[in-house]
Design a protein around this ligand. Structure first.
Ligand code: FE
Length: 196
């Protein structure tokens, strides 16, 4: 098997794995967003970014950060945790935090803070809201990804087509999620490539 066939075969395998329904996520439509192209073609690790001043350790483990009664637009974020060789990394811990729809962080409690574990195939999912913006920053989600026994990747995820992206000096295009509007919610996809 030559190299190109090997690559395409690997892509098909990953695509098949992703077609399996995620048991833990909410009312997602049947659509599967396209694979993040970085892995295999550009086997670079996901860039790290500053955690900023608003990280709180020991967040609760939960797959939904949606507050009771919230009218904010829903976001369902799914993806894979992969090694630089494009192998799924099982059981990575992904700790997310972001501001509320008005742009404020909860620095006393754990609103819009929580962690999930990737499954045996490296898949993770989180249900939350589309965060607001605050002065000086474009819309973003903070995350720490901790592979079992590996180094923690701290980074931020961004939304495509945000007017604020161009003016934000921290924004990086490689950290943009693939986002599809899906009626009442947005479905987002991001695959992390981290050292196993
Ligand atoms: Fe922030």
């Amino acid at each position: 098997m030559n190299r190109i066939q090997d690559r395409s075969g690997r892509r098909r395998l990953l695509g098949a794995a992703l077609a399996l329904p995620f048991a833990s996520i909410g009312p997602v439509s049947g659509q599967t967003l396209p694979l993040t192209p970085a892995c295999g073609e550009k086997p670079e690790r996901t860039p790290s970014q500053t955690p900023g001043p608003f990280y709180t350790p020991d967040s609760p483990r939960r797959s939904s950060l949606i507050e009771p009664g919230s009218k904010a637009e829903r976001l369902v974020l799914t993806g894979l945790v992969l090694s630089p060789q494009c192998k799924p990394i099982a059981n990575a811990l992904l700790d997310f935090w972001h501001c509320d729809e008005a742009g404020g962080y909860d620095n006393q409690g754990f609103r819009y803070r929580g962690h999930v574990l990737a499954d045996a195939q490296g898949r993770y999912s989180l249900e939350t809201i589309v965060p607001g913006e605050y002065p000086g920053r474009t819309r973003h989600i903070h995350v720490k990804v901790r592979p079992p026994g590996g180094r923690v990747l701290t980074t931020q995820l961004y939304f495509p087509d945000e007017p604020g992206n161009r003016a934000d000096g921290i924004f990086r295009r490689e950290l943009t999620m693939r986002v599809a509007r899906d009626g009442v919610q947005r479905s987002a996809r991001f695959d992390f490539v981290v050292a196993a």
